[in-house]
Design a protein around this ligand. Sequence first.
Ligand SMILES: NC(=O)C1=CN([C@@H]2O[C@H](COP(=O)(O)OP(=O)(O)OC[C@H]3O[C@@H](n4cnc5c(N)ncnc54)[C@H](OP(=O)(O)O)[C@@H]3O)[C@@H](O)[C@H]2O)C=CC1
Ligand SMILES: O=C(O)C(=O)[C@@H](O)[C@H](O)C(=O)CO
Length: 274
Amino acid sequence: MTSVPNVTLNNGVTMPQLGFGVFQVPDEETTAAVTSALEAGYRSIDTAAIYGNERGVGKAIAASGLHREELFVTTKLWNEDQGHDQTLAAFDASLDRLGLDHVDLYLIHWPTPARDLYVETYKALEKILADGRARAIGVSNFQIPHLRRLLEHTGITPAVNQVELHPGLQQTALRAFHAEHGIATEAWSPLAQGAVLGDEAIVRVAEAYGVTPAQVVLRWHLQTGNIVIPKSVTPDRIRQNLDVFGFALTDADMVALTGLDRGLRTGPDPDTFN
Ligand SMILES: NC(=O)C1=CN([C@@H]2O[C@H](COP(=O)(O)OP(=O)(O)OC[C@H]3O[C@@H](n4cnc5c(N)ncnc54)[C@H](OP(=O)(O)O)[C@@H]3O)[C@@H](O)[C@H]2O)C=CC1
Ligand SMILES: O=C(O)C(=O)[C@@H](O)[C@H](O)C(=O)CO
């Protein structure tokens, strides 16, 4: 079985560097997809309240026979549930749907700056952490000014910032800020939902190694130091996306992929998304 390296977060908790995402997987299909992933060897699952599939994730976990300590489960607080008390209630509801008594990582899904609630929301996450119901807390889609404000007004540095990141959107300044403050960078849509897989440089490197473009992109993430959570509902791809530890890109390959950065956002703009 493939062994995925761990990243040590800023509170000492370890998190697999490669996990499985379930955005856009209907709840009734999620149990099968997560079961395939767990059978392939994934141990980290990324869901969110807004995905509507926490129950499907929970069913796959319950049926897996794996010990809870072997798994790393992330879920996220949806925008409309921001605010101190609403966050605590939304977290309880997520745990209930997952059928778990704690998650490994709880994230604020988007800063939604127009609401101006993310600081008090994060304080609720700090309480959840203190109560031992999340092993680590963090954020998603936070830009540098949002992170600076959290660092100024709250007590615990986020363990993770999960952001859109792939060869077409490399987030260089944000990654540098994370490194400076001990925040792990987690890449969502690590394959750009397929939009970079036809890039000539990626195809050329894939042909040279006899692997697929998706495997090249995932290797680039791992060697860049990102945590990645590719999604697939296709069993062959689920296995393929984990089979990325038998080859390594050279410095020249890494430079070729770095040249593909072009501000390609496939998802919403975090400064305006509400
Ligand atoms: N925090 C946030 O705001 C966000 C978080 N996320 C998280 O990140 C995860 C991953 O991002 P996501 O947007 O799903 O996109 P990905 O970049 O993981 O791409 C998923 C798409 O690529 C296809 N695919 C997967 N593997 C391969 C492969 N080996 N070869 C060719 N195509 C492949 C999938 O098809 P198929 O399934 O048909 O095989 C699917 O269409 C999400 O599932 C979610 O957990 C995502 C968006 C926003
Ligand atoms: O997938 C997620 O985690 C997201 O937050 C987004 O993709 C978001 O829900 C969206 O796409 C809204 O248009």
